[in-house]
Design a binder for this molecule. Structure first.
Ligand code: FES
Length: 211
C-alpha cells in the first residue's frame, strides 16, 4: 500500500466544501427558526407602541389639564398693567385742591372660573388730593368691617357701627379701632390719570394684613 493510500484525514480538519455547506445550513436554520432574533424585534415594537400610546394619551390629557386649570394660572385680566394697579376714570384735577375727601368706587374686570365680567365694582376708597399726590384709604373700617363715612361737619372720618373716628390722615381719634384707616397705594400717571391698587385687609387686628 502506498504512502498516499495510507494517509487518513485529520479528524479536526473539515474540507472547505463541507464547511461551506454547514455554514449555509446554519443560516437557513436561523432564518427558518422564528425564535432567533425575535426578542429584539419584539422589544422595538413594544417600545414604539408605548411611545405612540404615550403621545396619543398624554397630549390630549395635557391640553385638557391646561384648559381646566386656565382660570387658576391665568393672570387676572383686569384693566391694570399687572402690577395690581387699576386705571380709574378720575384725573387729579377732579379732586378738590383743599384735600376734601372724595368717595370713589373702584372698578375692575373680574374673572369667575371661565367667565369674564368686565368693569365690576370691587370696592371703594376715600381719595384726597395732597398737592400733586393722592392719599387713598379703603372705606372699610378696620374695626369690624363697616363702611367709614366722611363727616364734613367734624372734619373727620367716622364709622357709625361702633363710633370709630379717624382724622383726615386716617389716624384713629379714639380707642375703638385697632389701627388707623387702611391706606391704598395710589399713583398719578399719563398726565394726571389716577391709578389705584385696591386691597382689602383683615379687621379687628392692629396689624395691617392683606386678605
Ligand atoms: S366696624 Fe367700624 S367701629 Fe366697629
Amino acid at each position: 500500500m502506498s504512502e498516499k493510500e495510507n494517509a487518513t484525514p485529520d479528524a479536526d480538519e473539515t474540507p472547505p466544501a463541507e464547511a461551506a455547506v454547514t455554514s449555509h445550513s446554519a443560516l437557513s436554520q436561523a432564518a427558518d427558526d422564528p425564535s432567533i432574533g425575535t426578542p429584539r424585534r419584539n422589544f422595538v415594537a413594544e417600545f414604539m407602541a408605548v411611545a405612540v400610546g404615550a403621545v396619543v394619551g398624554i397630549v390630549p390629557a395635557a391640553i385638557g389639564g391646561l384648559f381646566f386649570l386656565d382660570p387658576l394660572v391665568r393672570k387676572r385680566a383686569g384693566s391694570g398693567t399687572g402690577d395690581g394697579f387699576v386705571k380709574t376714570d378720575l384725573i387729579l384735577d377732579a379732586l378738590p385742591e383743599d384735600g376734601t375727601p372724595i368717595r370713589y368706587t373702584v372698578r375692575d374686570d373680574l374673572i369667575n372660573a371661565w367667565n369674564l365680567f368686565p368693569d365690576q365694582p370691587i370696592g371703594s376708597a376715600w381719595l384726597r388730593r395732597i398737592q400733586d399726590q393722592v392719599l387713598a384709604f379703603n372705606t372699610v373700617c378696620p374695626h369690624l368691617g363697616c363702611a367709614v363715612e366722611h363727616r364734613p361737619s367734624e372734619g373727620d372720618f367716622y364709622c357709625p357701627c361702633h363710633t370709630s373716628a379717624f382724622d383726615l390722615d386716617g389716624k384713629p381719634l379714639n380707642v375703638i379701632p385697632p389701627r388707623g384707616m387702611d391706606t391704598l397705594e395710589a399713583d398719578v400717571r399719563d398726565g394726571g390719570r389716577i391709578w389705584l391698587k385696591y386691597q382689602e385687609f383683615r379687621g379687628a387686628t392692629s396689624e395691617k394684613v392683606p386678605v
